[in-house]
Design a binder for this molecule. Structure first.
Ligand SMILES: [Fe+2]
Ligand SMILES: [Fe+2]
Length: 349
């Protein structure tokens, strides 16, 4: 018996009660992801081209196939990721911006409702103090991946909707956008890279795909309408959502560092992640990857709280402007001057 099959019963035991009548296969379908370690059970035979999938051979597809075109080596992106140092990433902390008015309350309340729904959908239960070691609160690698994939598939929506609506507004009003669109679209791209990275570790099953489809349909339309009514509340909402994302990745990092996720110990990050974040030699494990993703979420938290603090119609995007006095501290692309609760308007414009 190899170590993977040996660990499988533990994970079956950790499946939420409502899933207990299901076999391992059923439980995986409910939670939605097939992973290499579960693929090693009797139900899952690793496929030739893809270790983590039980999908029939003719249905197996690579999320990032090498370009099939004879003269093309690779597809490049116009957005290159800023380089983070290990020290900068370790300084990222959980933070919360206090609500200051009714609009902040609307944003925070909506995030709390969504958080509850997401916990339910992804089988996550946060342990109250003193109950951290109870079995029902234990997360496995597979449960974390379920949560990450679902979270990231949602997180990629707001930047694209905001960027699209500002683009259309600029066209119809025949006015400049002053740099917001680029940052918003880049955020959406960054979130999609998070999703695509995690999809290298686990392939979603049918139920996960249906959940993502349904959630996207509801969330896209809801955010679209909300952004038309109040972009300021929408950016505050994303700021609070990113606070939750930082909490999620911090807990996953803690689990990994406390030895609760043994399959990720010293496991190499996918190649796509190494390329995208320019991960240096010696810092290319799943743990490093989680630090990079958490740092991105902390940046989104800052950017969206900052954008919410601005006049949505006339202020330029402080992340794309050149300041008259470069010696003063200003918002930038990296995380060297990260402000967890965002920059206030009088600090940036
Ligand atoms: Fe993300
Ligand atoms: Fe994010």
């Amino acid at each position: 018996m190899n170590s993977l099959t040996a660990t499988a019963p533990i994970r079956v035991a950790s499946v939420p009660k409502s899933y207990l009548h299901l076999s391992v296969r059923g439980a995986v379908a409910m939670t939605g992801l097939r992973t290499p370690w579960l693929a090693s059970t009797h139900h899952y035979k690793p496929a030739n081209t893809r270790l983590i999938s039980s999908t029939r051979q003719r249905e197996i597809k690579e999320f990032f196939p090498p370009p099939p075109h004879e003269h093309i080596r690779e597809v490049e992106s116009a957005w290159t990721h800023p380089v983070y140092t290990e020290e900068q990433m370790r300084q990222v902390t959980i933070a919360h911006r206090e609500t200051k008015n009714w609009a902040d309350w609307v944003a925070l309340g909506t995030v709390r409702v969504l958080r509850w729904a997401m916990d339910l959908a992804t089988g996550y239960r946060h342990p109250p103090p003193g109950k951290e070691n109870e079995a029902k609160f234990q997360m496995t690698e597979q449960r974390w991946l379920t949560r990450f994939v679902f979270l990231e598939s949602i997180a990629g929506v707001p930047g694209m909707v905001g960027g699209m609506l500002r683009h259309l507004r600029s066209l119809r009003r025949m006015k400049r956008d002053n740099g917001w669109i680029e940052t918003l679209l880049e955020e959406a791209f960054n979130e999609r890279m998070h999703l695509l990275t995690f999809l290298k570790l686990a392939e979603p099953g049918f139920f996960m795909r249906v959940m993502v489809l349904g959630a996207q349909g509801v969330f896209f339309n809801g955010f679209f309408l909300s952004y038309l009514i109040s972009p300021r509340i929408c950016h505050r909402f994303v700021g609070y959502l990113e606070e939750e994302a930082v909490i999620t990745y911090t807990r996953a990092i803690n689990d990994l560092e406390n030895g609760k996720l043994p399959d990720w110990n010293n496991k190499q990050a996918p190649e796509i992640a190494i390329q995208y974040w320019k991960m240096p030699e010696g810092q290319r494990t799943i743990k490093d990857l989680l630090y990079y993703v958490r740092a991105d979420e902390a940046k989104h938290r800052e950017v969206n709280h900052t954008l919410s603090n601005l006049n949505q119609k006339i202020d330029p995007n402080p992340y794309t402007v050149k300041y008259k006095d470069p010696t003063k501290a200003h918002p930038g692309k990296g995380i060297e001057k990260l402000k967890a609760t965002g920059w206030e308007r009088d600090e940036v414009v």
